[in-house]
Design a protein around this ligand. Structure first.
Ligand SMILES: N[C@@H](CCC(=O)N[C@@H](CS)C(=O)NCC(=O)O)C(=O)O
Length: 303
């Protein structure tokens, strides 16, 4: 198999979730540092428009969104599991909660202080990405967000006082998912002080922080593009015979995030399942690329 490449940046919380799964499964991977704001000229040819981070590449196959990245890593490296003791359903529900509620409660708390120093370019980029939302006004949300973050941390504290990990004695996807939110709080000292009031959360945080990132070596973005150009997508065609909307291989569709970063990716369906859709595109620089997306959280429409 071609190498696993993660397109990411150091300060990206969603990448941190994936880095911890790499650590748990002792995966060897390559890290390509991508820009924090648009333009991303060495990412977009791989994704066909999708701008969010992280993105995982293996040859000419590219996985967009951690929802589908996690499932691919787990398919390649099932052991050690990220779903100990039959906790797969609980893990995915907690993962969704962490991405959609916990993470979005941490951002106003952090940016209340950081907005003044972070630079106009970043704020403008994120306001555009959120379409309509004014990222500079995020500080107005901070008081309520602080209440939410404390409540989520208190829920964690109550479990972690009794056991080392969120779902029991072993690390799981639930830990990686909630860890990335607390890790993001550490970007700003007063935000992190909310978490520091919870002793068992802090012990858990330090334990996961110490896990490292697996066996990682940096890669130049041009090398990743060359690998994509010289590879052929490895995805085999397949159909989801139970698809409730009649989606079939060969259909031309656009796939767009439902929440932010509304850049559609258009291609021909190669395969689909309950959890994933994969579309093939012809990229002018790279040739054939297959992009994989989770079905949860994305809008699929005929193109
Ligand atoms: N649902 C996405 C969310 C990814 C996300 O929001 N990532 C942040 C960085 S941690 C992002 O893309 N921010 C905008 C950017 O980097 O351009 C996932 O699970 O991958």
């Amino acid at each position: 198999m071609a190498e696993i490449i993660l397109h990411q940046y150091v300060n990206s919380p969603f990448s941190e979730k994936i880095r911890k799964i790499f650590a748990h499964k002792k995966v060897s991977w390559r890290s390509v540092e991508q820009p924090v704001i648009m333009p991303k000229p060495k990412l977009i040819p791989l994704t066909g428009g999708y701008r969010r981070i992280p993105v995982m590449q293996i040859g000419a196959d590219v996985w967009c969104d951690t929802g589908v990245i996690i499932r691919k890593i787990d398919e390649l490296y099932p052991e050690p599991t990220i779903y100990p003791d039959g906790t797969e359903a609980a893990c995915h529900m907690i993962n969704l909660f962490a991405d959609r509620r916990f993470f979005f409660s941490t951002t106003p708390v952090i940016f209340e202080k950081l907005a003044a120093v972070i630079g106009k370019d970043f704020l403008e980029d994120r306001s555009k990405m959120m379409r309509g939302a004014n990222f500079e006004e995020i500080t107005l949300l901070a008081p309520d967000a602080r209440n939410y973050v404390r409540a989520y941390l208190d829920n964690l504290e109550r479990s972690l006082a009794k056991r080392p990990f969120i779902l029991g004695n072993s690390f799981s996807l639930a830990d990686a998912a909630c860890f990335h939110c607390v890790w993001f709080l550490r970007a700003e000292p007063t935000a992190f002080s909310l978490a520091q009031k919870f002793p068992s959360v802090m012990k858990w945080f330090e334990r996961i922080d110490a896990m490292g990132y697996g066996d990682v070596k940096p890669m130049d973005p041009d090398e990743a593009l060359k690998i994509a150009r010289e590879s052929t997508p490895a995805t085999t065609p397949g159909a989801d015979h139970g698809d409730p909307n009649g989606l079939k291989p060969g259909m031309r569709v656009s796939v767009t995030p439902e929440d932010y970063g509304f850049d559609p990716v258009t291609g021909v369906v190669v395969t689909s399942s309950i959890h994933e859709i994969a579309v093939e595109r012809e990229d002018p620089q790279l040739g054939k690329i297959v992009n994989h997306f989770p079905k949860v959280g994305f809008r699929i429409s005929a193109a």
